[in-house]
Design a protein around this ligand. Sequence first.
Ligand code: ADP
Length: 806
Amino acid sequence: MAKSNRLTIPLIPVRGLVVFPYMVLHFDVVRKKSIAALEEAMTNNQLIFLTSQHDGLLEDVTENDFYKIGTVSKIKQLLKLPGDSIRVLVEGLYRAKIREVTKTEPFFEVEVVEKKSTNGDLDELEFEAIVRQISYIFEDYYRLSPKVSPDAIQSILSISDPGQFADTVAANIVKKNEDKQSILEEFNVKNRLEKLLLILSREVEVLEIEKNIANKVRSQIDKNQRDYYLREQLKIIRSELGEGDDIASEVEEYRQKLEAASIPDEGKEKLKKEISRLEKMSSSSAEAAVIRTYLDTVFDLPWDSRTEESLDLIKAAKILDEDHYGLTDVKERILEYLAVKKLSPNIKGSILCLVGPPGVGKTSIVRSIAKALNRKYVRMSLGGVRDESEIRGHRKTYVGAMPGRIINALRIAGSKNALILLDEIDKMSSDFRGDPASAMLEVLDAEQNYAFRDHYIEIPFDLSEILFITTANSLDTIPRPLLDRMEVIRISGYTHEEKLHIANKHLLPKQLALHALKKSNIRIKDDTLREILDGYTREAGVRTLERELARLCRKVARTIATTNKQSVSITKTNLHKFLGPKKYRYDLLKEKDEVGVVTGLAWTAVGGDTLSVEVNIMDGTGKIELTGHLGDVMKESAKAAISYIRSKSAELKIEPDFYKKYDIHIHVPEGATPKDGPSAGITMATALISALTNRPARKDVAMTGEITLRGRVLPIGGLKEKILAAYRMGIKTVILPKDNETDLEQIPDNVKSCMNFVLAEYMDTVIKHALLPQKEAPKSEKDMEIQIPLDFNVSENETHIEAKPY
Ligand code: ADP
């Protein structure tokens, strides 16, 4: 000990704390070297130099690992702790700086020199100001971290020595050791206070941020807890009001359902909200009922349930053949679909559209397809749908809102990969309430329908696994964009032979089973069935036939139940007893070849039909009259026919000014059925020419084809049905457009073999085959009026008219 302010004493490097003068604190000493230093100090003057380690985690410390400035402290008390460690109570005395490390083993010993604090130019006012500043910061500090007691803060604020004040604040409030050390190393009190102010402000800022983060984390947890408490309270209030348990248990049930359902996340959020809304309502309120219906509907949907599709081609083919006769195109297309699906499971199939007249089995084959594929089947009729919301549903805000038909179909199906039959898609129409076709477009579009959004459900539903099949009677009224998305398969009507086969193999067995009859209960021969076909049905399909057979079975069942008979025989002669008088007779061949009356062929909703076009030429001024409920297109083709005749009058040997001298009346009987389309063009032209040239038209010739102004014969549709109608009527020759030649392939051989087909490219071919040579010299105009032939339509209540010979 040379000079008075120098001292050689043992040193303990302390970890994680900085000892300031005036500070009394205790810490535990564990390291051997530090214990040795302690012991050395105790044998001398109990003074020890305490300085911080740079790195608090370091065990073996060298002389470079601690700060050079520390505090000379007095050991006040020692307490031996279990396990060789010692708890020391020390009091900081003054700052000192190491001049030299005099010993490093067995403990550190250093020569230190005291460092006095200088007040600098700090005057009292400045000190006062800083203390105030610090007290403000304390307020914030206390607000953010109320760990420090207000008393402690008060006692700190009352320290009057500026240096000591700064040290005490640093020791108690400052968190980081580096900051504390930097305060310790500041000997100028004014600087020390300023530094402290800076550190404290920063400290408060960090605390603020810390608190914000903590708040965010906590608020999430708090909210859950809060919700839980509120819910519990609500339950109690409810039970006090006597409306408690049912809604609570209901809500609980919905929550469990929500947990279990594989609904997209967006949907789950929405449902959660709805459930919470329900929870706050009185169970009997109308609004609660609305939410309940909504939730039930949503949970009823097959979010994740599907049937396993059967891809067995042989089995499928068998099922399809068992259920339906013919319909080969449809059956083949389905088997192709299956084959492709087998090779490439994720392929998106196209949407089939089965087009054909009623009763040809469109609906029922689709049911069989569902059976063959092992998919659930739902039929959705689109006939008369004229409002978009029928497809897509009403928004929940509407009173009595409901989901749309697609969602309803899914509910019924209960399977995500059902087969949905969209029946009569051509009967869908649009009006001011919106266009259902555009909603249908979205449903059928593979690019969009994986997230179909119903207005009511509001949660997207994936329709991509659904197999859609549509049916239509005609393609004319299907909007083009919708049609473009579908693959059309045409199903034409059946011939008599085919109908007979279907009746024997399918319809009759089905009806017998439905009426609990045995095959032996009813005896019916083919010619009786033919009689039913001719006299009681008039259709391309077999729907009425099936109905008549059902009627027959009912009557037979009644006979068997009321008499002792075990078998009823139905013959041509007693048929009317079962089915009543005949309803139809097919058009008979005209009795003779007539002038101005020509048989045409038409395609109507019930299949093919014959139609006779009559023309009367009368003295007049060139008026043209068209009667018989003709559509615009038909009227136009009549005019085209007249223009053609005018341009060819010389060739046809017709008076060139006939259109000025005569009034022409064209009539197509059977006014109740509206007729339209261009396919009667050549028929009208032929009838006109027949009337104008007085050449009789052959009674056994029928024709169909559109006419151009140049007399070309253009192709038409529905040829098979038309030819079948001609065949029924007993026509021998059918004149048809040359371009329709390929359609003849569809005509059954038995029909083809007893008919002639004339393929016409121009009107002259038609005239050549349809008109006979002029019989006599032209009569006076009065005589040219032609008698109207027998009308073939017999009203329902008209009694028995003998059927035509088949
Ligand atoms: P569409 O849907 O074309 O109007 P449906 O499917 O309602 O016709 O058919 C009417 C009835 O005729 C059904 O009972 C159906 O089973 C039967 N049917 C139609 N075509 C056939 C066929 N090719 N084979 C067996 N039954 C048929």
